[in-house]
Design a protein around this ligand. Structure first.
Ligand SMILES: [Zn+2]
Length: 292
């Protein structure tokens, strides 16, 4: 898909979203005039004031008539990022897009909660999974993909040090599990503990995977409460930021923080997309800038 086609697709999707809202509003007005229990009037006033792209889901009767959303490409990264380390956002990037990233999962408790909250807010995210966890929970790996999210690899065992042979083994096993579940080999890698100077990172780069660091940390590796995690993310993100979070075992507070993060930032106009989509948006924007 070319940049122009993708822009048209986005524009079409915004139009479809607006149409769905309009249908929903007409239906709601009709329902309340017939005296059935309807939605309180203040909600009917709030909805049209919000941009369609960040509006909450329309009622079921309208949603069921809406066309199925076209699946986005959550694997392809632009050539300029292949084998590169990404640790900063593109400066002056204007689109209010954010990438939430979840490391160390999937986990039987935390990941389903995270997936449910993301779906409720029509948000997409990127999961840097451990091979060990993916092998234990293949259904969750599949659920992540089915939810329209992106997956990258994050080692098999999350050790802090690898020999060259161990690194090759860790990467091969983890990538095989992802490819088996998603039908595509991963193109994104996040190094355990953010260690760039390691055989694992070297190998991922040799394979053309983009090594993705983060530009905002939720600081949820420390065992802090949901309120603090939410505050860390909500506090002044910039368009194109990449947010570090965790859905591995024990990260219940992160799952608990997510609804507020999505509500508040959606209300201020941010959309939550996968990393390949962000890299594609960066790539398009950079290509449009005059050469210095
Ligand atoms: Zn990790």
């Amino acid at each position: 898909m070319t940049g122009a086609e993708r822009r048209r697709l986005y524009a079409r999707r915004r139009l479809t979203g607006a149409a769905v809202l309009l249908v929903a509003l007409v239906a709601l007005v009709a329902t309340s005039m017939r005296g059935r229990p309807g939605v309180p009037p203040q909600e009917m006033q709030v909805q049209p004031a919000m941009p369609a792209a960040i509006a909450p889901e329309a009622p079921a009767m309208a949603a069921s008539e809406a066309p199925m959303p076209q699946a986005l490409d959550v694997w392809t990264i632009p050539g300029r990022y292949e084998g590169e380390v990404i640790s900063q956002r593109v400066r002056f990037f204007p689109e209010k897009l954010l990438c939430l990233t979840f490391d160390d999962g999937p986990d039987a408790t935390v990941t389903p909660q995270v997936l449910e909250t993301l779906a409720e807010h029509d948000a997409r995210a990127t999961f840097f999974v451990l091979g060990r966890q993916a092998r234990a929970y293949p259904d969750l790996l599949k659920a992540i993909i089915d939810g329209g999210h992106a997956i990258g690899h994050h080692s098999y065992s999350h050790a802090d040090r690898y020999s060259a042979a161990e690194a090759a083994d860790e990467m091969e096993r983890t990538c095989a599990l992802i490819e088996e579940a998603g039908g595509h080999p991963p193109t994104l890698f996040r190094p355990p503990y953010g260690i760039l100077d390691s055989p694992l990172t070297g190998l991922a780069r040799e394979h053309g995977h983009a090594t993705i660091m983060w530009t905002i940390s939720s600081a949820d590796s420390r065992r802090i409460g949901a309120e603090v995690i939410a505050h860390n993310v909500i506090y002044t993100p910039n368009p194109g930021d990449i947010v570090l979070m965790h859905d591995g075992p024990g990260h219940a507070a992160t799952a608990a923080a997510l609804p507020e993060i999505l509500s508040k930032l959606s209300a201020s106009g941010f959309r939550f997309i996968t990393l390949p989509e962000l890299l594609q948006a960066w790539d398009r924007w950079l290509a449009e800038q005059p050469v210095a």
